[in-house]
Design a protein around this ligand. Structure first.
Ligand SMILES: [Zn+2]
Length: 60
């Protein structure tokens, strides 16, 4: 099963590039590699969106 990760900047799905023993993540929208420490797993992305929605609601 493949894990899906998202860009911390634009929340786009990242492309996984597996090399010799290491894995890289590339964002097609930002056209750049994302460090493994910065990638956002799906559960976290959902939480992020929820927080944003709550903030927006409370400010209106
Ligand atoms: Zn991006």
């Amino acid at each position: 099963m493949n894990d899906v990760f998202y860009c911390p900047d634009c929340s786009s799905k990242l492309e996984v590039i597996s090399g010799c023993g290491s894995t890289s993540y590339f964002c097609n929208k930002c056209k750049k590699l994302i460090s493994k420490t910065k990638i956002v797993p799906h559960e976290q992305l959902v939480t992020k969106i929820d927080e944003k929605a709550v903030k927006k609601l409370s400010s209106e």
